[in-house]
Design a protein. Structure first.
Length: 159
């Protein structure tokens, strides 16, 4: 069946945004298997503004392990909005810039020091394989940091 290019673009855009939102929801639910289903085998990550880490390529399993360790014991809420999607139909890839806000709560700390909230931009790279969009790259920029950075496992003092 013939599909108009405009319709395909709308369907792909919806699927791309759906992938990004589903990943955020999977992290909040700590549903690591679901998260894995939206990731390519390897992912280029850049969390240098938040974590101070050098950008690098990791396996999907390494990426998930980082999330498990950093968010252990925390309740989180990821909000993803203002998605700007660019699709390259020639090679089945896409880019998506979005705005995020992440609330992190450590229920075991006193109320004055139990939160870390951040906001900024995510830049996702994606590719389409077997009719599904998977994430191949994630870059996070940080505009706002508010609260106790010590509740986040990647930022906690290791001493």
């Amino acid at each position: 069946m013939y599909e108009l290019p405009e319709i395909r673009s709308l369907v792909d855009r919806a699927a791309i945004v759906g992938t990004i939102v589903a990943c955020a929801n999977a992290i909040d639910a700590k549903d690591w298997q679901k998260l894995r289903s939206y990731l390519a085998e390897e992912i280029d990550i850049d969390y240098s503004e938040f974590r101070g880490e050098i950008p690098r390529r990791v396996t999907a399993e390494q990426y998930i392990t980082q999330r498990v360790e950093a968010l252990a014991g925390l309740r989180t809420l990821h909000i993803s909005t203002n998605h700007e999607v660019t699709i390259n139909n020639n090679n089945n890839t896409a880019k998506c810039k979005s705005i995020y806000q992440i609330y992190r709560l450590d229920p075991d700390r006193a109320a004055a020091e139990n939160r870390l909230d951040t906001a900024g931009n995510y830049f996702h790279s994606l590719m389409q394989t077997n009719g599904n969009w998977v994430i191949t790259g994630i870059k996070q920029t940080v505009t706002i940091v508010n609260g106790n950075s010590q509740i986040h496992g990647a930022l906690r003092d290791k001493s």
